[in-house]
Design a protein around this ligand. Structure first.
Ligand code: SF4
Length: 338
């Protein structure tokens, strides 16, 4: 059984001027110890997805359809109280900016010890020992001294290590990390990526990493979901997605990576921008930006404009694209001809 199963999830924000469908018919699963990446430009619905998994959606957002199962247990029907217990103990979240996650008026020790005492029956002395142990696990030097310090006395990288240590305090089964390295410089980014990988492997923790940066996803995860305008457009093993992306949007993200650009060359960019979630184009939401919506003969593909593409299997990946479906459908005929 998968550790986490999401089936046909639909999240909406009813507003006076119309409804925003932030997540549409989205399904995926996460195995114990697996590292899963969710990638897409900002506005794709990635963070809304993460917040809905943790029942942290801001009003008026709500899950209107679909199931979220954790170890087979349905979560969407749990009361706020039942969910709070689960969120504290089994599911943890790491936010983008460590300085805004940590309370600036409390020492690191106060934050860690209070969090432990709120969820476990531990004496202050015992909680302090656990906090020091977690800081050691995330390779924070002089952990006893750090417990007495305030967040502003630590560097950005050190703060993020502390945030990770706090996420590990209650030994969760799943950590959801929303842009965990975006606020950090490149060297610290690499250290945090290595640290997260090691911790997940050692503790068998499932990790969901949300990022706009396919480079980070490529280094950190084993499987990737690519999101566009609230839907998954491609999913599969990360190495397949990086080395042989099928969906035109994923190809665009890969071509936009700095490492794909030669020195003195301008960065490649996907033309246009992500639609707002209240005005998603008809058919394939990516069609206004996609070169393949026109056939090589110059004929517009009507399907692209009129029908939402269903995912099709391509190698080890699932791809939601009419053009890819056409190529796959043609494959056996071409093979027969040769
Ligand atoms: Fe492009 Fe059409 Fe594929 Fe969408 S379905 S990505 S518009 S080719």
């Amino acid at each position: 059984m998968a550790l986490l199963e999401v089936e046909h999830l639909d999240v909406r924000f009813p507003l006076r001027r119309g409804e925003i469908r932030a997540v549409r018919d989205l399904s995926f699963s996460l195995q114990r110890g697996e590292r899963l990446g969710i990638v897409g430009e900002s506005g794709a619905g990635k963070s809304v997805l993460a917040f809905s998994l943790l029942k942290l959606l801001s009003r008026p957002g709500r899950i209107v359809a679909g199931k979220v199962r954790f170890e087979g247990r349905e979560l969407t029907s749990l009361s706020e109280r039942q969910f709070r217990r689960l969120r504290g103990n089994r599911l943890a979240m790491i936010f983008q900016d460590p300085l805004t996650t940590l309370n600036p008026v409390l020492t690191i020790g106060q934050q860690m010890i209070e969090s432990l005492k709120a969820h476990r029956r531990l004496s202050t002395r015992r909680a302090r020992i656990v906090a020091i142990d977690k800081l050691r696990q995330v390779q924070v030097s002089s952990p006893e001294r750090r417990l007495e310090q305030y967040p502003h006395q630590l560097s950005g990288g050190l703060c993020q290590r502390v945030v990770i240590a706090i996420a590990l305090l209650l030994e969760p089964d799943i950590i959801i990390a929303d842009e965990p390295t975006t606020a950090l410089d490149v060297t610290i980014q690499a250290e945090i990526i290595t640290l997260l990988k090691r911790l997940c492997d050692e503790h068998d923790v499932g990790l969901i990493v949300i990022s706009h940066d396919l480079g980070v996803i490529g280094q950190l995860t084993q499987r990737t979901l690519v999101m566009y305008a609230g839907r998954i457009v491609e999913q599969g093993p990360t190495r397949e997605i990086i080395n042989d992306a099928q969906h035109p949007y994923t190809q665009g993200l890969i071509n936009a990576l700095p490492q794909m650009t030669l020195p003195r060359q301008r960065l490649h960019q996907i033309p246009g921008s992500m639609p707002t979630l209240s005005e998603v184009p008809s058919g394939c939401a990516f069609h206004p930006r996609c070169a393949y919506r026109i056939t090589p003969e110059g004929v517009p593909r009507r399907d692209c404009i009129e029908n939402v593409p269903e995912p099709v299997r391509s190698g080890e990946c699932q791809v939601a694209c009419h053009w890819v479906a056409e190529l796959i459908a043609r494959e056996p005929a071409e093979e027969r001809a040769t």
